[in-house]
Each structure stands twice: as structure tokens, then as C-alpha cells.
Write a protein that binds this ligand. Structure first.
Ligand SMILES: Cc1ncc(C[n+]2csc(CCOP(=O)(O)OP(=O)(O)O)c2C)c(N)n1
Ligand SMILES: [Mg+2]
Length: 361
């Protein structure tokens, strides 16, 4: 058992593979087939390729806004890999690795960032809720899903992803308390990427770790190295198993780093030093897993280059097709809130329409 072995109050953090891709805790190594491990690696790399290309498209004025995931790939992919396809996911907005691993179509993801909400209408077999921009609101959705699953006598669990900033929202407390009291089949994963836009983690809470917040709810909490796929997978597997067998929710804090900007409208050089980013680049989760896979003889540089080239071309093709669909009509912003526009909405609409006709067309 990993849960319970690492005390967040003592600053203990689970790490199984170190920064060099070396296994330092073989006794805690989770069981993972080579095939699954390669799927995890490829998904992480695919996520990175999409991020890098999308940032370029945005800078070329071809994409609206975008929230990159650089650095958080292990946290996202290894955690979802520990769940079943039928388990529910309640994401925030920065979970590209989760969408990709579950098989969300890339054109849909691009469509969303292109301003089209229909991009979040996932195929039935992809049990991921739409992006939840109001911070931490998805926590409640996850408890609802878990409650419904148990009510129906199913053993599907629900995973919620939330940021370090999200832990300061009331929704975080309500969801954890409710799930704990009701013994709900939930797993709550905090992606502690050290920032909430420009607000550093240390300004978010006086608590030494985010994982220790679990203690107040009477549930297990663990901090893991979020850039170590094995640590993330091992802890999430146990948490998923606990939830599925009726033992209740778990809180996991994945300690990672947002290597890119908050979104494309943010400039992180204003609030953090290049040195810090470099330090974290040396802990890159993709590089780490790649070293391990190559050392084990499961992967090589030629395969890596070929995969990168093939995926790069694929991303370009998908993006160019989505780009052709054009921007959404202005009316869409106003037409889905009320059956009829209120006088204030109507006046805002006229104002915006005049602006668009003058400035945009
Ligand atoms: C309720 C609410 N307040 C403020 C915002 C504006 N906002 C968007 S992202 C963000 C920071 C979130 O930080 P964190 O939870 O750490 O997630 P991250 O962006 O690091 O993934 C804020 C304050 C929002 N979307 N919703
Ligand atoms: Mg954050």
C-alpha cells in the first residue's frame, strides 16, 4: 500500500523514478505492460507536439487563445491511464493529455480553442465532461457523477482534476467534504503546477502541502512527484481501486511545474525568472520516461524522431481543416443564456455588433 506510507504533513513525496530516468524505489514500481507504457509515452509526446504547434499557430494569428500543458504531461496521462474507459472525468481546462489518452478527437479539441463550444461535445465512449472554466466548479460535477454511479449500482468512479489555485475555491471544500461524508467513489487530482496565473503556490495557502488538506476531511491524501509517471500511476491506481471498492475518495497532489505561459494571453517573464524554468526543464517528465524506455530497450531515437514527424504532420492536417470552419457567429454568445434576450443583453449585443462591423470585418 502506497497510500498512508507518505505523510504529507512531514513533507514526504512519492517518487519512484528520479530525474535521470532511474528507478529509485523498485519495490513500489506499479505493474505496467510495455505496451501500456509505450502508449503513455506516445500520448505524452503527442500532447507536447500539439502544444508546441498550437502556440505557433496562435502567434501566427491563426488560433484564438490556448492554455498549454508543457511540463504537466506525466500528471495528466499517467493518472488517466490508471482508470477505466468507463470511469468519468471532470476536467478543468488544461487536461490535453487526459483527452488524448481517452481518445478525444483532436479536431474537437481544436474546435473548442477556436471558440466553438461544440468542440466539447465528446463521442459517447469518451466520458469526459466539457471544460469547466469557472475554477473548481468541476469538483462538484465529479461528486454528482460519483453519487449517480453508486445510486445506479455501477462501479464506475469519477476523477476530478483541479489546479493549485482551485484548492482555494469554496467548491473544493464542498466537494471534498461531501465525497468524504458520503464515501463517494471519487479521486481528486490536484495538478500543482506552482502557479495560478501569476500567483505563486506559496501565496495560495499557508498549508505546507496541498495533499495535507485531505486530513481535515478524514480521507487519504498523498503528494507525488507529478513528473514521474510511475509515482502518478501507482498512487492513482490505488486511489481508483479504493473508490471502486466502496472505500471512498482520495486526494492526490501531483507536484509539477507549468513550463509554459498560463495561456497565450499571459507573459510569465514578468513574474518569474528564466533560471527557475531551466531548473524545471531538467526534470522534464517526457525526457525522463524516454531515458528509461531507451535504457530498457523498449524505444530508440530513430523511433522517436519518426513518431514526432508523423504526429507533427497529423496535427498540421487536423488544424488546417478546423481552421477552415471559420469563427463562430457573434450571436452565439447571446443566444443560449435566455430564451429571449433581456434588454441589457440586447444592448450589449448591439454594442458588440457595431464594434465587430467597424473593427473586425
Ligand atoms: C471562479 C473563477 N475565478 C477566476 C477565474 C480566472 N482564472 C482563470 S484560470 C485562473 C488560475 C487557475 O489556477 P490553477 O487552479 O492553479 O490552475 P492552472 O491555471 O494553474 O492550471 C484564474 C484565477 C476563473 N476562471 N474562475
Ligand atoms: Mg496552477
Amino acid at each position: 500500500m502506497i497510500l498512508g506510507q507518505f505523510d504529507p504533513l512531514k513533507g514526504e513525496r512519492l517518487q519512484i523514478m528520479n530525474e535521470e530516468g532511474v528507478i529509485v524505489k523498485p519495490e513500489l514500481m506499479p505493474e505496467l505492460s510495455v505496451e501500456t507504457l509505450l502508449t503513455i509515452y506516445k500520448t505524452m509526446k503527442f500532447s507536447r507536439i500539439i502544444d508546441e504547434k498550437t502556440l505557433q499557430y496562435q502567434r501566427q494569428g491563426r488560433m484564438l487563445t490556448y492554455a498549454p500543458n508543457l511540463g504537466q504531461e506525466a500528471t495528466q496521462v499517467a493518472s488517466v491511464a490508471a482508470s477505466r474507459q468507463t470511469d468519468w472525468i471532470a476536467p478543468s481546462f488544461r487536461e490535453l493529455g487526459v483527452w488524448l489518452y481517452r481518445g478525444a478527437p483532436l479536431d474537437k479539441i481544436f474546435l473548442y480553442w477556436f471558440g466553438n463550444e461544440l468542440g466539447m461535445k465528446m463521442p459517447e465512449e469518451v466520458r469526459i465532461l466539457p471544460i469547466s472554466v469557472p475554477i473548481a466548479s468541476q469538483m462538484q460535477h465529479a461528486t454528482g457523477l460519483a453519487y449517480a454511479s453508486r445510486y445506479k449500482g455501477l462501479d464506475d468512479i469519477a476523477i476530478a482534476y483541479v489546479g493549485d489555485g482551485g484548492t482555494s475555491q469554496g467548491d473544493f471544500h464542498e466537494a471534498l467534504n461531501f465525497a468524504a461524508v458520503q464515501d463517494l467513489p471519487n479521486v481528486f487530482i490536484i495538478q500543482n503546477n506552482q502557479f495560478a496565473i501569476s500567483t505563486r503556490r506559496m501565496l495560495q495557502t499557508r498549508a505546507e502541502t496541498l495533499a495535507q488538506k485531505a486530513i481535515a476531511y478524514g480521507i487519504p491524501g498523498i503528494q507525488v512527484d507529478g513528473n514521474d509517471v510511475f509515482a502518478v500511476y501507482a498512487a492513482t491506481s490505488e486511489a481508483v481501486e479504493r473508490a471502486r471498492s466502496g472505500k471512498g475518495p482520495t486526494l492526490i497532489e501531483a507536484y509539477t511545474y507549468r513550463m509554459g505561459a498560463h495561456t497565450t494571453s499571459d507573459d510569465p517573464t514578468v513574474y518569474r525568472q528564466e533560471e527557475e524554468v531551466k531548473e524545471w526543464a531538467a526534470k522534464d517528465p517526457i525526457m525522463r520516461l524516454k531515458k528509461y524506455l531507451i535504457a530498457q530497450g523498449h524505444w530508440d531515437e530513430a523511433q522517436d524522431a519518426a513518431y514526432e514527424e508523423e504526429r507533427g504532420k497529423y496535427v498540421k492536417t487536423v488544424f488546417e481543416a478546423v481552421e477552415k470552419t471559420g469563427l463562430m457567429p457573434l450571436e452565439d454568445i447571446f443566444d443560449f443564456v435566455y430564451a429571449e434576450r433581456t434588454p441589457i443583453l440586447e444592448s450589449q449585443y448591439r454594442h458588440k455588433k457595431a464594434f465587430y462591423e467597424k473593427e473586425v470585418k
